[in-house]
Design a protein around this ligand. Structure first.
Ligand SMILES: Cc1cc2nc3c(=O)[nH]c(=O)nc-3n(C[C@H](O)[C@H](O)[C@H](O)COP(=O)(O)OP(=O)(O)OC[C@H]3O[C@@H](n4cnc5c(N)ncnc54)[C@H](O)[C@@H]3O)c2cc1C
Length: 238
């Protein structure tokens, strides 16, 4: 997966504002608890247990660092529970390269994450060149479990800020506060790209598109965009 151009690991560019430990919807710049309390402190906080977050967690775990991954979903890799919507990965699972060089082979495996555990290779999970997306979800969760990665699920983090003392602070959906020295945001890119063209309000976005083929019967279909989502959609309906 890391060798894949798609892989994203976004490091946080956090706002320099200040807040209190119990977040009530407004950030109080003059709260007396600010910079004196360090609730739920971890040296490293990673937000998101997609491929990016899990991969950095692996290296933090192996280096014996004090870290925790916060994931809003109930399991790892939740992006792939919905996407790609036609449920087939667009990243190749190249099992046969005609080479014995592990490094070479790994570079042609677009899905696996780096680890010392050879059972954790997507090539061992599916024979398909374009495997089902659900298999990747299974793989990512096995990766997190087998490698003992410290992931806290069902935790939607918000209002990340940097305090005066240099620590980062954030809250989950229950307004529990967390502090950390280093903040790594691996939340992916989840924003639809709506084209600035007249009539764009009439388009159905990829994220809302039905995969129910009878709905396309006898229709003339215009696909706007010739990226992966467009090609995947065209292949499904043609
Ligand atoms: C339509 C589409 C199809 C794609 N298909 C493929 C494919 O087949 N193969 C491939 O290799 N790549 C594919 N990609 C690219 C794919 O997004 C990346 O390869 C990969 O998922 C990026 O990993 P990531 O860990 O950076 O982000 P993600 O996989 O998006 O993971 C981010 C995680 O952060 C969590 N999160 C978000 N906000 C918060 C929050 N506030 N608090 C806590 N947790 C949070 C999410 O729940 C999620 O689990 C596709 C992309 C798109 C848009």
């Amino acid at each position: 997966m890391l060798s894949n151009l798609f892989s994203l690991l976004l490091f946080c560019l956090c706002l320099s504002v200040y807040g209190n430990n119990k977040h009530d919807g407004s950030i109080k710049h003059d709260d007396p608890m600010l910079n004196t309390e360090t609730p739920n402190y971890k040296e490293y906080c990673v937000i998101g247990a997609g491929p990016g977050g899990l991969q950095i967690a692996y290296f933090l775990e192996n280096a014996g660092r004090d870290y925790r991954v916060f994931e809003k979903g109930y399991k790892a890799g939740t992006f792939y529970l919905k996407y790609p919507i036609h449920r087939k990965l667009i990243s190749i699972n190249k099992r046969n390269t005609d080479r014995s060089n592990k490094e070479f082979n790994f570079r042609h495996d677009w899905n696996s994450l780096v680890s010392h555990d050879e059972s954790l290779q997507m090539t061992k999970y599916s024979n398909d060149f374009f495997p089902p997306a659900d298999v990747l979800v299974q793989y990512l969760n096995d990766y997190a479990t087998k490698l003992n990665l410290k992931v806290q699920y069902n935790s939607t983090m918000h209002d990340i800020l940097k305090r005066k003392d240099g620590l980062f602070q954030m809250w989950d959906q229950h307004n529990n506060a967390y502090t950390c020295k280093y903040m790594i945001v691996a939340t992916g890119i989840a924003k639809p790209n709506i084209p600035a063209i007249p009539g764009s309000e009439l388009l159905v976005g990829y994220e809302d598109l039905s995969i129910d083929l009878p709905k396309f019967r006898n229709q003339s279909i215009l696909i706007v965009g010739r990226g992966n989502a467009g090609h995947e959609t065209a292949q499904h309906i043609y």
